[in-house]
Design a protein around this ligand. Structure first.
Ligand SMILES: [Ca+2]
Ligand SMILES: [Ca+2]
Length: 110
């Protein structure tokens, strides 16, 4: 589980000018410092957009925190039960096999 203090530390690492928002340029630069120089600004923007709740192209701590907690608190319509198939495979009619013709007759022979 992500805890808010480590999230804030991480956030501050990204938010290089300390204005409380992570821009694509800051994200890219932070990733380069963390050893990933292959994150281009385009990629950075895409990552931010994926978590950007209000669509302003920058990540606030709230948005960052929400992204850390994704999957823990799912919001959405709940309670859709498993749909049952109507007319599922119906059991094959059991052929009632009674006494087979030519039942073995055990008993006295001849
Ligand atoms: Ca910033
Ligand atoms: Ca935002």
């Amino acid at each position: 589980m992500a805890d808010i203090e480590s999230a804030r530390t991480a956030f501050e690492r990204f938010d290089q000018n300390g204005d409380g928002r992570i821009t694509a340029a800051e994200y890219k630069s932070a990733m380069a410092q963390l050893g990933d120089p292959y994150v281009t600004e385009t990629v950075a923007q895409a990552v931010i957009n994926a978590h950007d709740g209000n669509g302003d192209g920058e990540l606030t701590f709230d948005e960052f925190w929400a992204s850390q907690n994704k999957g823990l608190n799912r919001t959405g319509p709940a309670g859709a039960g498993p749909a049952r198939r109507a007319g599922g495979p119906r059991e094959a009619d059991r052929a009632v096999r009674g006494a087979a013709p030519g039942a073995q007759d055990s008993g006295a022979a001849g």
